[in-house]
Ligand binder design. Structure first.
Ligand SMILES: *[C@@H]1O[C@H](CO)[C@@H](O)[C@H](O)[C@H]1NC(C)=O
Ligand SMILES: *[C@@H]1O[C@H](CO)[C@@H](O)[C@H](O)[C@H]1NC(C)=O
Length: 619
């Protein structure tokens, strides 16, 4: 199934009850538009003058039924839009779940979200309600949408290899439309509801919802489909985190990789280590408490997303770690805020853990213990592990002395060796804190993962490697040939912070230019692997994620940086489609409109004219 889905194609039953755009009363407006749309033979909706053409439909009606895959995003593995459209009112939806135990509770929540998402299609939606006014004809008033969801399994937590597949059929007989979703897990069923919400749209002149008959068989290509969000460079509010999860749910992305801490700030409140946030938070309110994290974790789970926490170490620590000496524990971190920063780290401010201080491991142990319990249950943990600056350690007298006194040496290899020792200790502390021995660690590519010594430093049974360098970096082929499991976030396509003005110095930021949605969409991990190794390595490539590092982002702009490009990523990882981005453009533009209706401030990609005139905005 992987890599076989292709956009565009035949409608099995050509159109559609003809709902004239022109003669229906214009709603709440004195403007009466003379336009309608027609689905023409190349499966394109064409805007025409309704005074000269018979049988035109509204734009949404045409889009919903004009191709075999309609407006579905991400494109399912297999789907067929049959084309019958029925109108109904949002109050005439019945929910019939078949399930076990806690899955039933989750399904009730998912259904409430589904219904709210349908309300949001109304152009005048606000605060949970739309002012539906009609008037409606008898057929619309009497039509019912039955949503029948059957979940056979009992899983209520998302793990790396959770079965997320589902089947969905939408059929209509008389005044009843039945949407039947079957799935082995809650998570598959939830995806089915997302797809169903895309087979529904707002009918612009009838002031009602419409649903199109269809059949869908679907499952993701990649099990790991993520976004990385950094909440250390700038604080991100709970509301923005929730909106991010809303967007992920709408796109069937399943992993929020939360880069909670870094050198800049430490916003995580720990009961056993209160000084971390006392010293590390930007302010007393810019923090995450245990209660907030519990609520966010539940918000994510209902939406089919796991929170994957990261504690980046031994570099990328600093603010929050300065209290050790005052408490009699010595220096926990070194080079903290040290200047000139260029000598000790990749961006200001600097900081690295103090390898020579055994107390540092005690603090790390408490930290892992509390963190693990906050994010429970976890089958993966992100250790970060990137960008260690050897000069920071080597120029710190305490560490230099410790290296010499223990006869480790002070050359680069010696420091790499001790970094690897740190990483293994950190992993053991995490396992001990968790009480499990089967938690997979994730590490960014770094000095530790260089091909000449990766096998002696990083055990491939215990770690997954996240690739963040460019698609032509030979490290990708090296790691795959050595048998490492990998996650892609190559910065030449999947870094969403690129393409701004610089924040240190002038000119553009380091990974410019901006990665447009087309670049995000066309970044194909199997193809990258094949180019480098001759094989697609489907067993080793777990998936990928787009990263939003927040040096230049906070609540004000996060939505527009994540979306709709996160949707382009989602189709790559869910469907791994064949074909070029332009075959997906029409659906993508409409999907962006949907995200905005869900309350996400997704960036505009084209003028609205292109949305109304499909296929005419090309080079
Ligand atoms: C560490 O410092 C010593 C003495 O200053 C120097 O000889 C050595 O080359 C340094 N090591 C690295 C990896 O730079
Ligand atoms: C790697 O880890 C696995 C599983 O924990 C273990 O069985 C194996 O011995 C380790 N390999 C090395 C070289 O330490």
């Amino acid at each position: 199934m992987s890599g076989s889905a292709l956009r565009g194609g035949v409608v099995t039953m050509c159109l559609v009850m003809s709902l004239l755009a022109t003669h229906a009363p214009a709603l709440h407006s004195t403007v009466s538009l003379p336009w309608g749309w027609e689905c023409v033979s190349e499966y394109r909706c064409v805007k025409k003058d309704a005074t000269e053409n018979e049988g035109l439909t509204t734009l949404n009606t045409c889009k919903l039924s004009c191709t075999s895959d309609g407006l579905l995003w991400p494109l399912p593995a297999s789907s067929l839009i049959h084309g019958d459209i029925s109108m109904f009112l949002v109050d005439n939806i019945a929910f019939e779940p078949t399930c076990h135990g806690e899955v039933c509770n989750l399904l009730q929540e998912a259904f409430a979200i589904f219904k709210d998402n349908l309300q949001r299609y109304h152009p005048a939606y606000s605060q949970g309600k739309a002012p539906w006014r009609g008037p409606w004809d008898a057929a619309t008033l009497s039509h019912t949408l039955y949503v029948e969801v059957t979940v056979s399994g009992e899983a209520t937590e998302l793990e790396l290899h959770t079965d997320e597949s589902y089947e969905l059929t939408v059929t209509t007989a008389g005044d009843v439309t039945t949407a039947a979703i079957t799935a082995p897990t809650y998570f598959g069923a939830r995806h089915g509801l997302e797809t169903l919400s895309q087979l529904v749209d707002y009918h612009e002149t009838a002031d009602a919802l419409m649903v199109v008959t269809a059949s869908v068989t679907d499952a993701p290509v990649f099990p790991y489909r993520g976004l990385l969000l950094d909440t250390s460079r700038n604080y991100v509010s709970m509301a923005t985190l929730e909106r991010t999860l809303d967007g992920m749910a709408a796109n069937k992305l399943n992993t929020l990789h939360w880069h909670i801490t870094d050198t800049h700030s430490f916003p995580l409140v720990l009961e056993t280590l209160p000084n971390m946030a006392n010293y590390g938070a930007y302010s007393a309110s810019e923090v995450y408490t245990r209660e907030q994290i519990a609520a966010l974790k539940e918000y994510a789970r209902v939406r089919g997303v796991r929170l994957l926490p990261e504690l980046d170490a031994p570099a990328h620590v600093g603010n929050g770690w300065q209290w050790g000496e005052k408490e009699g524990l010595g220096n926990l971190a070194v080079c903290v805020n040290q200047e000139p920063w260029q000598d000790f780290c990749v961006e200001p401010p600097c900081g690295q853990l103090n390898l020579a201080n055994p107390e540092m491991y005690n603090v790390l142990s408490s930290l892992y213990h509390e963190m693990f319990n906050m994010f429970l249950p976890l089958d993966m943990f992100h250790f970060g592990g990137d960008e260690v600056n050897i000069n920071c350690w080597n120029s710190t007298q305490e560490i230099f002395d410790w290296m010499t006194e223990n006869h480790y040496g002070v050359d680069e290899a010696a420091y790499h060796e001790q970094w690897a020792v740190f990483q293994e200790k950190a992993r053991e502390l995490l396992l001990k804190a968790s009480g499990h021995d089967d938690i997979q660690g994730i590490l960014f590519t770094s000095g530790l993962t260089a091909p000449e010594h990766v096998e002696s430093y990083v055990n491939k049974s215990n770690y997954i490697i996240q690739i963040w360098s460019t698609e032509d970096d030979p490290i990708i082929g090296d790691l795959l040939n050595l048998g490492y499991r990998v996650i892609f976030s190559n910065y030449d396509a999947w870094y969403l912070d690129c393409g701004m003005g610089a924040w240190v110095g002038e000119g553009n930021n380091w990974c410019s230019p901006y990665k447009g949605w087309q670049t995000v969409y066309m970044n194909n991990p199997y193809e990258i692997a094949k180019t480098q190794t001759g094989s697609t390595h489907e067993d080793l490539i777990l998936g990928g994620e787009a990263a939003l590092w927040t040096e230049q982002a906070d609540d004000a702009v996060i939505d527009s940086k994540l979306w709709p490009r996160g949707a382009a990523l989602a189709e790559r990882l869910w469907t791994n489609p064949e074909g070029e981005w332009y075959g997906a453009e029409t659906s993508f533009i409409h999907h962006r409109q949907r995200l905005v209706k869900r309350g996400i401030q997704a960036e505009r990609i084209q003028p609205q004219w292109c949305h109304q005139n499909e296929g005419l905005c090309y080079m």
